[in-house]
Design a protein. Structure first.
Length: 127
């Protein structure tokens, strides 16, 4: 159910490495828990984030949730189309629903995150 080509955080964000860059979004589980997403706030390009830093917020009809960066790096791209049409987070969280791209500072931080099987086990454990 969760793509094998990315890593997952305990905060339900994913990161997909693309060379020295990492594309970041939230998992299908997270968007499902939120319900219909109506608003998204993302950082400016050029902002430097550490692992677990808040990089934005996502608002749904049910709740407002903070977004946390799964690995440290510099924001090099922001999905501005997603800000205009945040419902893509619900319909396609792993492709059109990506949020930011960072230039990863330390690839070991990404390696330390859960793979798809570990993330599924984490969810089944009730986290």
């Amino acid at each position: 159910m969760y793509p094998d080509d990315r890593r997952y955080s305990r905060d339900h964000e994913w990161i997909k490495l693309e060379g020295e860059r990492g594309r970041v979004g939230i998992t299908d589980y997270a968007q499902n828990q939120l319900g219909d997403v109506v608003y998204l706030e993302l950082p400016e390009v050029g902002r430097t984030l550490s692992s677990h830093d808040r990089f934005g917020t996502v608002e749904s009809v049910k709740a407002v949730s903070e977004l946390y960066c799964p690995a440290g790096g510099e924001v090099v791209e922001v999905n501005s189309g997603l800000v205009a049409s945040p419902e893509a987070i619900n319909s396609d969280p792993y492709a059109a629903g990506w949020m930011i791209v960072i230039k990863v500072a330390d690839p070991a931080e990404v390696d330390a995150l859960m793979d798809a099987a570990a993330y599924e086990a984490y969810l089944q454990a009730g986290k």
